[in-house]
Design a protein around this ligand. Structure first.
Ligand code: SF4
Length: 367
C-alpha cells in the first residue's frame, strides 16, 4: 500500500504504518528498495526508522559495532581552474593573482608530514589547469611511487580532473588510464560528481563534463583495472528527486561494473562561493546517509564526512556508515568554511562513546 491522501487522521496513520511495513519487509528480506520507496522514506520515515533500516543493510557488510578510519591528506596541487563551478571558493582563473602549482618538493613535504602524523593516504585534488600537461602528473605520480613505494597510497585524481587531462592531451579515457597506470597510479576517485544529474550540471558547472561523460570515464577506469569510488555532495539547491537520481545512477553503475569500493557523501560549504547559501543541518546529512546505506545495497562501504561535519560525522555510524577519514588538510573545503582538527583522539573518542570500536584501515594493505 502506498501513501494516499486520507480524509481522516486514523486513515493517514494506517497508511503510513502499512507502507513502512512494506519497505521494512523488503529491506529485511534483502530486496532492493525502489526510487519511490526512497522518496517515501525521505518524506515519511522518522530518524529512528531510517537508522533501523540502515543498520539492517550495514550488518550485511560489517560487524554491528565495528568501524574503520584512515588518516589522510588532500593535496591541492594547483588551484588554477577553468571550470568556474559557481559553488567553488577555491579556484583562480589562469593569470589571476593567487594561482599556484606545487612543485614535487612541495608535494613531498606534505606527504612526509602526513606520514609523521600517522597517515598513509593522500588524495590529489586540484583544478582544470590548462598550463599543466599530462606529463606533469605522470612524472609526479611516478616520483611518489618511487619515493614511497607501498608505505603510502594515493588517490591520484578525481574523475573530473582525469577527464580534463585526457581531453587536453587528446587521449581516449582508456589511453589516459593506461598512461596513469604506467606511472604507478592505482586509484582515481569518483570526485567531482557533486550531484549527478544533467540539470544540476547545467545550473552550476556548465564547463564541467556531462553526467554521461562522467560515467563513460569511470567505466574506462574500471576496465583498465584501476580502483575507484563513488562520491556525492549535498546541500546546494538540489531537489530530493535529484538526490535519488544520483543514488540510482550510482547503484546502476555498480550493478554493471562492481568497480566502486565505497561511497562518500559530504556537504556543501557555502562561504565565499558565488552562489552562497546556508549549510544544511547535520540531522539532514545523517538522514541522507541512512537513505544512501539503505538504497546502495551493492556498495560495501559507506563513509561519513568528518571533513565537513567534524565529530558529529561519527553519528553517521548510527545511520549506516562504517568508515571515515581523519583529514589533515583540504584547501578546497577549508576555503569554503570547513574546519579541520588534528585532535584525532578526541574524534575517535566520540566514536567510542557511541559504542563503536574504530580500527585503522590502511589503504596500502588493499593496494
Ligand atoms: S570545483 Fe573543481 S572543477 Fe569546479 S571550479 Fe572548483 S576546482 Fe574547478
Amino acid at each position: 500500500m502506498r501513501w494516499t491522501a486520507a480524509k481522516d487522521y486514523t486513515g493517514v496513520v494506517t497508511t503510513l504504518v502499512s507502507t513502512l511495513e512494506e519497505i521494512r519487509g523488503k529491506v529485511q528480506g534483502g530486496e532492493r528498495i525502489s526510487n519511490e520507496d526512497a522518496l517515501w522514506l525521505w518524506k515519511n520515515a522518522g530518524d529512528a526508522e531510517l537508522r533501523e533500516l540502515a543498520q539492517v543493510v550495514r550488518a550485511r557488510f560489517v560487524a554491528p559495532m565495528a568501524c574503520t578510519y584512515m588518516i589522510m591528506r588532500i593535496v591541492n596541487y594547483t588551484n588554477v581552474c577553468v571550470a568556474q563551478c559557481d559553488y567553488c571558493a577555491f579556484y583562480k582563473l589562469p593569470g589571476q593573482d593567487g594561482g599556484y602549482v606545487l612543485s614535487q618538493e612541495q608535494v613531498f613535504a606534505k606527504l612526509d608530514e602526513l606520514l609523521e602524523l600517522g597517515g598513509d593516504l593522500a588524495a590529489f585534488n586540484g583544478g582544470f589547469n590548462p598550463h599543466l600537461p599530462i606529463d606533469y602528473y605522470c612524472e609526479l605520480f611516478a616520483a611518489i611511487r618511487a619515493r614511497y613505494g607501498d608505505k603510502l597510497e594515493f588517490y591520484a585524481l578525481t574523475i573530473a580532473e582525469f577527464m580534463y587531462l585526457a581531453d587536453h592531451a587528446k587521449l581516449t579515457y582508456a589511453a589516459a588510464a593506461e598512461r596513469f597506470k604506467a606511472a604507478g597510479v592505482r586509484w582515481i576517485t569518483g570526485g567531482g560528481s557533486e550531484i549527478l544529474t544533467e540539470d544540476f550540471r547545467k545550473r552550476h558547472s556548465k564547463f564541467k563534463y556531462t553526467v554521461a561523460q562522467y560515467f563513460k570515464a569511470q567505466r574506462a577506469l574500471v576496465d583498465a583495472g584501476l580502483k575507484t569510488t563513488a562520491t556525492m555532495v549535498i546541500g546546494f539547491d538540489e531537489t530530493i528527486a535529484e538526490r535519488i537520481e544520483h543514488l540510482d545512477r550510482t547503484r546502476q553503475f555498480q550493478d554493471e561494473t562492481g568497480g566502486l569500493a565505497s561511497f562518500l557523501c559530504w556537504t556543501y560549504k557555502p562561504y565565499f562561493t558565488q552562489i552562497g547559501g546556508i549549510e544544511i543541518s547535520t540531522s539532514e546529512y545523517l538522514r541522507h546517509l541512512a537513505l544512501s546505506r539503505i538504497y546502495l545495497d551493492n556498495v560495501p562501504r559507506i563513509r561519513t564526512s568528518v571533513l565537513t561535519q567534524n565529530e558529529r560525522a561519527l553519528e553517521g555510524l548510527l545511520y549506516g556508515a562504517d568508515d571515515f577519514d581523519l583529514p589533515i588538510e583540504d584547501e578546497v573545503t577549508q576555503k569554503a568554511g570547513a574546519t579541520i582538527s588534528l585532535n584525532f583522539d578526541r574524534i575517535l573518542a566520540f566514536a567510542k562513546e557511541l559504542g563503536y570500536t574504530p580500527s585503522y584501515r590502511s589503504v596500502t594493505a588493499s593496494a
